[in-house]
Structures are given as structure tokens and as C-alpha cells.
Write a protein that binds this ligand. Structure first.
Ligand SMILES: O=C(O)CCC(=O)C(=O)O
Length: 367
């Protein structure tokens, strides 16, 4: 790797940051050791290759245009209990806007490195252009670059931290954010009803309309000459509330761990959102809804782009299981406290949620 393709991204990173795009352009047929995952974590041939979305071997598809809202809520409820994941179609966000948002962000990752590096991030907030999570020196790296930004609360949103090129990006991202927040509010209402609660309960636990948090991570996975050795994002569950993922229609990559522990490759439905429950909804629903592990495989033939929109509880609000849903399996904690750990250590499967559950069990035993 030449020194010109390394960037020391400011205070906080333990070693120079290398852009995966630069590695992909220069590494030839062999990926550097840092990207090679231990054998047990590599994509396996046992990952199923299901048919079109919606069959038993793939996450469910929920049509949000069904006339009976109770039926939609029931379908989402079943999906959250069984899979923690589903795709939504006829969700009300215009396909034209989905395409504009995707094209704008693809345009950013195609800018010259000198333009992209103006937005290089640091681990203090992660906002901006990044290539790693966590600050452990010498650890494994994922085969993907990303851009992370805040949309809500309004005080955290700052357009000057968003790329100014391509010129369509800020407007498309602003409009996309507004529309996806509306969709998150509708889905949150249906999940509350699915849990047998008043429709506004989850929303209230998130801080109410206008009080919630929202941020976005745009992932860019360059072509990889040895996709069987690495991952675009290692296995993790999402720390926040609800994730709305928009992926390339024609490139697969997302894998979800099913109830039997097998990795299932999601077959994206064009113009759908892939929705998944995050750790905060697992806590609020007292584990009725599952925040499920997922990971991303990469391709030798095609690069891939995804927009992961995270809808979260207000970060300083205590989050605890809803009292109606049985004896609490988790202790109360703010989202700020919860994610501080992840920002230090990076994503690691479901380790953090399991640690919380153990802490709650010990506290109960001691009382
Ligand atoms: O790119 C994808 O399909 C998923 C990305 C993801 O899991 C994440 O950004 O947390």
C-alpha cells in the first residue's frame, strides 16, 4: 500500500486509516491480511440462496397498502417475533426519491479521494467519511467504506458536515430523511399495536414525534478479489431502535441469521425497504421482538451501495422494558450509555445485549 492511499484521519484513530476503495484499486488478486476474517466468520457455502423474497427461506415481505391496517400490524408483528427483519413494499416513499438518494451517494463515493478526504471522520462522533468502527489497534477490518451523518434531533444536523458534491446530495438527503422518518413513525405505530399496546407507546418511549433521534450510515462496498475471505460488515445487531435499509436492487449482500442459526441471503425486492428491529426495541418489547444478527458479503464482480437509516430513542432518555410485557429482562439504560461501548469496541455480534441481560438477572438474584 503506498503512503498516498493511507490517510491519518485526525485525532483518535490508533493507526493510519486506509480506504477500502484504494485497497480494491491497488491490491491485485490478494486482499491484505487485515481484511481476512478468521475461518469461523467467513461467508460459508451453507448460506441458502432462496427464491424471490417472501418464501419460507427468506425474510417476510409486508405490503403497507393493505386496506386493513390491523392486518399490516399483524404481519409486522409476526415478522419481528420470528425474524426481526422484513421488507416493506408500497411504503409511500417515492421510487424517484430512492433513486435520487442512491445516485447522489454513489456520486460521492466516485469523487476523487481529495474531495472525499475533506470529510474524513474521527472516532469521537464518527460523523463523516470513515473506513472502520472501533479503535482497537491491529484488529480485523471490514471490506467497506461509509459515510455517517445525523438527521435528528435538528440540533445535531449540520449540512456543512454533509458532502457538497455531487451538488444533488444535500437536497436529496434532506428530503429522503424527512420521508423515511415519516415511514419510521408509521411502522413504529404498527409495532406498538402488534405488541398489544396503544399505538403511540413506542413513539413516546423514543421521545415523541420531534424528540426522537435519526442518523444514517451510507455503506460503499468496492469490488473484492477474494470475497470468500472477508465481509463488508461483520456480524452485528443494530444498537438503535429501528433500521430502514435501502440496498442496490440488483446486488445481493445482506445476510440475516435465522432462528436455526443459519445465514440467509436476503433477496431485495426492488424499491422496498428492508426493516429490522434494533437492540432498543428488543429491550422495550422485553425480547418479544428480536434484534437479529446480520452481516454483509461482498462481490468480486460488482460494487454495492446501501443506505442504513437508524431511527433511535432520544439519546438521553432512559430505555427499559414496557411494564405490561412481563418481568423486565433488561436494566434501564440511555441510548447514549448503550452506544458508548460500541463506539469504543466496534460492533460485535449480540455481545452487548447479552451482557445487559446477564446484569439484569444478577441484579434480580441479589435483591
Ligand atoms: O449493507 C447492508 O446490506 C447492511 C448494512 C448494515 O448492516 C449496517 O450498516 O449496519
Amino acid at each position: 500500500m503506498s503512503s498516498s492511499s493511507c490517510f491519518n484521519g485526525g485525532a483518535g484513530w490508533p493507526e493510519p486509516v486506509v480506504r477500502v476503495q484504494a485497497v480494491s484499486d491497488t491490491c491485485g488478486e490478494t486482499i491484505p491480511e487485515r481484511y481476512v476474517k478468521p475461518p469461523s466468520e467467513r461467508p460459508t457455502s451453507s448460506s441458502s440462496q432462496p427464491g424471490p423474497g417472501g418464501n419460507n427461506n427468506d425474510i417476510p415481505v409486508v405490503d403497507m397498502s393493505m386496506p386493513d391496517a390491523a392486518e399490516t400490524a399483524r404481519a409486522m408483528d409476526a415478522a419481528c417475533r420470528e425474524w426481526g427483519f422484513f421488507q416493506v413494499v408500497n411504503h409511500g416513499v417515492r421510487p424517484e426519491l430512492l433513486r435520487r438518494a442512491r445516485a447522489s451517494w454513489r456520486g460521492f463515493f466516485r469523487q476523487p479521494a481529495s474531495v472525499r478526504e475533506r470529510y474524513a471522520n474521527s472516532p469521537a462522533t464518527y460523523e463523516g467519511y470513515g473506513s472502520r468502527l472501533g479503535t482497537a489497534k491491529g484488529g480485523h477490518l471490514d471490506w467497506g467504506d461509509y459515510y455517517f451523518l445525523h438527521l435528528l434531533p435538528p440540533a445535531l444536523k449540520s449540512h456543512h458536515k454533509w458532502p457538497s458534491l455531487p451538488s444533488t446530495l444535500r437536497e436529496a438527503t434532506e428530503e429522503y430523511g424527512e420521508e423515511v422518518v415519516k415511514l419510521c413513525r408509521r411502522v413504529t405505530r404498527m409495532l406498538s399495536e402488534g405488541l398489544g399496546l396503544d399505538g403511540g407507546r413506542l413513539q413516546a418511549a423514543f421521545g415523541g414525534e420531534g424528540g426522537e433521534g435519526a442518523c444514517m450510515r451510507v455503506n460503499f462496498y468496492p469490488r473484492c478479489p477474494q470475497p470468500e475471505l472477508t465481509l463488508g460488515v461483520a456480524a452485528h445487531s443494530d444498537p438503535g431502535g429501528l433500521t430502514m435499509l435501502l440496498v442496490d436492487d440488483h446486488v445481493r449482500g445482506l445476510q440475516v441469521r435465522n432462528k436455526d442459526g443459519h445465514w440467509i441471503t436476503v433477496d431485495p425486492v426492488p424499491d422496498a425497504f428492508i426493516v429490522n428491529v434494533g437492540d432498543q426495541i428488543q429491550v422495550l418489547s422485553n425480547a418479544a421482538y428480536k434484534s437479529v444478527e446480520h452481516r454483509v458479503t461482498v462481490s468480486a464482480a460488482e460494487e454495492r451501495l446501501s443506505l442504513a437509516f437508524f431511527y433511535n430513542p432520544r439519546s438521553d432518555l432512559p430505555v427499559a422494558p414496557m411494564p405490561e410485557l412481563g418481568p423486565p429482562l433488561y436494566p434501564e439504560m440511555t441510548f447514549d450509555e448503550y452506544r458508548a461501548h460500541i463506539r469504543r469496541r466496534g460492533l460485535s455480534g449480540k455481545a452487548q445485549l447479552q451482557a445487559l441481560q446477564t446484569a439484569a438477572r444478577s441484579a434480580r438474584a441479589a435483591s
